[in-house]
Design a protein around this ligand. Structure first.
Ligand code: AMP
Ligand code: FE
Ligand code: FE
Ligand code: ZN
Length: 289
């Protein structure tokens, strides 16, 4: 039986692995396919695709968009979209700018607290377009200003701690629409980590295609609940380890085993989304002419 991991982060967001290391790890665990799902970024996708191809692993283009619904943060996964879709790239660039400005604001707050961290140190360490709090935490440790990442988060960076800065987010509906118009499939990430399941019917109404039922932080009972909900709402099933490399102890890649059949269904849905879009385009052209 072939297995896949559809939720992985690289050093192009808050993971530690380079694309080549991710592909090598996927090979080590005998995975048939992987998707890269960096937060608000597709920067690592071309290199990961190349590295996977060299090792005979199927690569699925992915992203994890930060969204919000009624004040709660939601993560929407996108798969199989056109990596060069102009609207998607424009929106992602906007969110990356927000993330970069937020780094400067967090460093400003740290400086006010007499913690002498330089924004340049964070950007140099992050070396990617979608920096976040983990990079600030790592820079604090590297500069000897905190003993470890937990201390950095506990003292400064957790929600409502003195250097925390909220992040502007798009609505869940907008994230779904953005992925669809780029020809991709939209999936609600780790529903078991969200504050409420009431969001699921709202997302179904907004056109969500799937639920991430398998996830490192879902217990077997939680997984069962979401498999049932996916069935009830006729949603695709996806899953992955949400591996961030060595950020949080051992790597998680290979620990969540998702059967390959779910990738087949994912690709079928993506093909359907594209056919529907092409048909709509045709109708618009006929109406116009
Ligand atoms: P951001 O998107 O910049 O708000 O950062 C969110 C990321 O920070 C998450 O994806 C985690 O990787 C990491 N993170 C959040 N809270 C903690 C924590 N308490 N300790 C370590 N890492 C954390
Ligand atoms: Fe993360
Ligand atoms: Fe997430
Ligand atoms: Zn993730």
């Amino acid at each position: 039986m072939a297995f896949v991991d559809l939720h992985l982060h690289s050093r192009f967001s808050d993971g530690t692995y380079a694309p080549e290391e991710l592909a090598a790890q996927a090979r080590r665990y005998g995975l048939a396919a992987i998707a890269l799902t960096d937060h608000d970024s597709v920067e690592g996708c071309p290199r990961t695709a190349q590295a996977c191809e060299a090792l005979g692993i199927e690569f699925i283009v992915g992203v994890e968009l930060t969204a919000e619904q009624e004040g709660n943060e939601l993560h929407i996964l996108g798969y199989c979209f056109d990596m060069e879709n102009p609207r998607l790239l424009t929106e992602i660039a906007r969110f990356q700018a927000v993330r970069q400005n937020r780094i400067c604001e967090m460093v400003g707050k740290l400086n006010q607290l007499k913690v002498p961290l330089a924004a340049e140190a964070v950007f140099a360490l992050a070396n990617c377009r979608a920096p976040g709090r983990p990079h600030v935490a790592r820079a604090l440790v590297a500069a000897g200003l905190c003993r470890n990442l937990d201390e950095a988060f506990d003292r400064f960076l957790k929600k409502n701690r003195p250097a925390w800065v909220p992040k502007f987010k798009m609505s869940g509906e907008k994230a779904i629409e953005l992925i669809h118009q780029a020809g991709g499939v939209a999936v609600l990430a780790h529903p078991g980590l969200n504050r409420t399941d009431e969001i699921i019917p709202v997302m179904v109404e907004a056109g969500i295609d799937g639920l991430e039922c398998f996830h490192t932080k879902h217990s077997p009972a939680t997984t069962e609940i979401y498999l049932e909900l996916a069935d009830r709402f006729h949603l695709l099933v996806t899953g992955g380890s949400d591996c961030h490399g060595l950020n949080k102890g051992k790597p998680l890649i290979g620990t969540v085993k998702v059967p390959y059949q779910h990738v087949e269904k994912l690709k079928e849905r993506a093909a359907q989304i594209r056919t529907d879009a092409a048909l709509r385009q045709l109708i618009v052209m006929r109406v116009d002419s």
